[in-house]
Design a binder for this molecule. Structure first.
Ligand SMILES: Nc1ncnc2c1ncn2[C@@H]1O[C@H](COP(=O)(O)OP(=O)(O)OP(=O)(O)O)[C@@H](O)[C@H]1O
Ligand SMILES: [Mg+2]
Length: 472
């Protein structure tokens, strides 16, 4: 069950504070009770000593206390302070008691016997419904004549109990009040502390797919919430970026697919308008085939990039000789290079084994060679170099074409990015702008990278690094 943070916080604060207060109250009550008890005992003991020492022996052996009658008001005003004294013979016969006592104190014969043996004995009990504390005080210390006499002094516990009751109730009421105040206070505070969170949530909720450029402003000026707001805004920025990229990609892709389709449709429309000769039909079909080939290449490229986006690009890595794969791809392109009058060669003998997907590696080499051949004018030179080192294999494609010019070479790796076609004045160089993006995606999928630069002697250099990966 999901509970309210506010309620939980208030509840915990109340429990902690209430518990602490209750514990403190309990300890205070116990301490108070102990000190009251000590005081009472001291007072009983004092009375016992005074009474014992002031017992007057009559010549006939009788005893009496020095005392005087209290008026009823006086008796009432000192009710809790009053002490009762009675002298017992050890066989339980009462010899003497205060004049103001209406009857004998409750006697515990076993304790009387103990006191008769010379011990001080304390006992709590009740007398006429009043709780009392008694001290059995042996009188033998007054002389041999009192060997069998014990003085019992008793005090009511009502005063002590009433005080403890009052203090106890006061502390209980205080604890409850403070706990209630703690609950209300922390409920209020938690509400205030949570308000920015609610506001941030409200603002975040209001941002939809169409308003991703909106930002959260709530409480961005409070240090505690600043980070949350910053993180959310950064995340929104990233989502917006990804959204934009996706939108641009879809738009560019549709555009690239539409051009060949439109061209083909126009041509087919025109061809069908009237009867044509077999040669004319053939020409139209050939041109359509060209467009279809172009379309399937673009579709293939888009698929590769989509797989790269979903992280499913390196499906089948295996041990591959990079020199061998490069040589085979270049061999396929050699007729085209010869036709154009461009030299195409591969430096790098022996083998350079790496753990890669051979299909993707072919695509990389093909794209680099295609670009180099496309942009290098007749009489130029395209040179591939494959180098292997401990951890990585490098494939280097250099040409003597125009190079990347003043544009940041990183830009050429963006999808659908092409430099101004006017720069080359060559229809043949028209491409989709996906080749280098694929090269980069493949390199990254293998944990490698790619770099493009202008050569110092003119021309372009693109270098792909592939980690050799797990060795068989
Ligand atoms: N060897 C090179 N020399 C000069 N410019 C290059 C070279 N290789 C790439 N470029 C520039 O980078 C751009 C992007 O290259 P990329 O391979 O991604 O696309 P493309 O070749 O135009 O199209 P595609 O490869 O999809 O058919 C090219 O249009 C070109 O402007
Ligand atoms: Mg290309």
């Amino acid at each position: 069950m999901i509970r309210s943070f506010r309620f939980q916080l208030a509840l915990r604060a109340t429990l902690v504070l209430g518990g602490a207060l209750a514990a403190v109250s309990l300890v205070s009550l116990l301490t108070l009770r102990r000190s009251l008890d000590r005081e009472l005992n001291t007072s009983i003991m004092n009375v016992a000593q005074i009474q014992a020492s002031s017992l007057t022996d009559e010549p006939n052996g009788e005893m009496h206390f020095h005392e005087w009658e209290l008026t009823p008001e006086e008796a009432n005003s000192v009710r809790d302070l009053i002490r009762y004294s009675e002298v017992w013979r050890t066989d339980g016969v009462s010899l003497l008691r205060n004049q103001y006592m209406k009857g004998d104190l409750p006697l515990n014969r076993a304790l009387l016997a103990e006191a008769g043996a010379g011990k001080l004995v304390w006992a709590d009990g009740s007398w006429n419904g009043t709780p009392i504390r008694s001290l059995y005080y042996p009188l033998e210390r007054l002389g041999i004549a009192h060997r069998n006499h014990v003085l019992q002094v008793a005090a009511p516990l009502t005063g002590r109990d009433a005080l403890l009751d009052r203090v106890g109730s006061f502390l209980a009421v205080l604890t409850v009040l403070i706990a209630a105040a703690a609950f209300t206070g922390s409920w209020w505070l938690a509400g205030r502390a949570m308000r920015p969170v609610h506001e941030i949530i409200d603002q975040a909720e209001a941002i939809g797919a169409g308003s991703l450029d909106h930002r959260i402003h709530a409480y961005a000026d409070t240090r505690e919430y600043r980070r949350l707001v910053d993180v959310l805004n950064t995340m929104l920025g990233r989502i917006l970026g990804a959204f934009e990229a996706q939108r641009r990609f879809t738009a560019d892709a549709s555009h690239e697919l539409r051009s060949p389709l439109t061209a083909m449709r126009g041509e087919l429309d025109l061809a069908l308008r009237r009867e044509r000769s077999a040669a004319e039909y053939r020409r139209v079909l050939e041109s359509s085939l060209d467009e279809v080939v172009r379309l399937s290449r673009i579709t293939e490229d888009l698929l590769t990039l989509a797989r790269s986006d979903s992280g499913a690009l390196v499906a089948r890595p295996e041990v591959v000789d990079v020199v061998d794969v490069t040589a085979r791809v270049l061999d396929r392109l050699r007729p085209r290079a010869q036709e154009k009058g461009v030299g195409l060669d591969l430096a790098g003998e022996g083998t350079a084994e790496a753990w890669v997907d051979s299909g993707l590696l072919r695509q990389v080499v093909w794209n680099l060679a295609d670009n180099a051949l496309k942009f290098t004018p007749a009489g130029g030179e395209v040179r591939f170099t494959v180098r292997a080192q401990a951890d990585s294999v490098w494939v280097d494609a250099e040409d003597t074409g125009p190079g990347f010019g003043a544009i940041d070479p990183e830009d050429f790796f963006r999808r659908f990015y092409r430099a101004d076609q006017a720069r080359t004045h060559d229809v043949e160089t028209t491409g989709t702008g996906l080749g280098l993006a694929i090269v980069k995606a493949v390199a990254h999928a293998h944990g490698g990278d790619v770099e493009a630069a202008n050569r110092s002697t003119g021309g372009a250099r693109v270098t792909v690094r592939l980690p050799r990966g797990q060795r068989s």
